[in-house]
Design a protein around this ligand. Structure first.
Ligand SMILES: *[C@@H]1O[C@H](CO)[C@@H](O)[C@H](O)[C@H]1NC(C)=O
Ligand SMILES: *[C@@H]1O[C@H](CO)[C@@H](O)[C@H](O)[C@H]1NC(C)=O
Length: 188
């Protein structure tokens, strides 16, 4: 009987504690272990982002094509989903530090400009399991493109910062690209 009642009691308590009275007072927090933040530091990372569209194992695939009635020179409307390896060196066989998972869409009618939304998922060393989230605009034909880092998890909790992306190689036939990323991030 008690085991039946327990979940009900818990959910009742949760409901009660979340409901603030009409007077507008904020709900009380009862966290016995408030987060202790260390000193905020600036970290700088450099790696290569490998966008592989060709071959039997592409890591970047087009998932949305613009309707055939539109003919845009800038590919406006195309969306790619990515699970791109992040490597130590500009070589797809060098050490993989993590992956860039997310998507980019061609969102400019005037130039080749991407909206990028991706998570860097680190899989090696100290940052194994931690992630950084990048959301920004990438005008790919410019030499250096800057995009915001809007957050992170694990060792990157409370992260903020920016990345600078510059194309290392772009194969116009296969559309495979290697892009150098410099990441500057404040975190604790
Ligand atoms: C890896 O790089 C080599 C040499 O640049 C290239 O020939 C090969 O196609 C690349 N592999 C993938 C999956 O992109
Ligand atoms: C990264 O973490 C995962 C999960 O904890 C673990 O299985 C893996 O071996 C770790 N990789 C490295 C290179 O430390």
């Amino acid at each position: 009987m008690a085991t039946f009642l327990l979940p009900f009691t818990l959910s009742l308590l949760t409901t009660l504690s979340l409901t603030s009275p009409a007077t507008g007072t904020t709900p009380k927090t009862s966290n016995p272990n408030p987060i202790k933040l260390g000193t905020e530091k600036l970290s700088h990372f450099q790696f290569y982002w490998n966008d592989i569209q060709s071959g039997p194992n592409p890591t970047s695939i087009s998932i949305v094509k613009p309707p055939p009635t539109t003919t845009s020179a800038t590919g406006f409307g195309t969306v790619n989903m990515i699970d791109n390896p992040l490597t130590d060196k500009p070589d797809n066989n060098s050490q993989i530090l993590g992956r860039a998972q997310g998507f980019y869409g061609l969102s400019s009618q005037e130039e080749i400009g991407l909206l990028m939304a991706m998570n860097f998922v680190f899989t090696t060393g100290r940052y194994n399991g931690s992630t950084l989230t990048v959301l920004g605009r990438n005008a790919v034909l410019q030499k250096v493109r800057e995009m915001p880092v809007i957050g992170g998890t694990g060792l990157f909790r409370f992260a903020r910062g920016y990345v600078q992306a510059s194309t290392y190689t772009l194969n116009m036939q296969t559309r495979d690209a290697i892009v150098k990323y410099n990441v500057y991030v404040l975190h604790y």
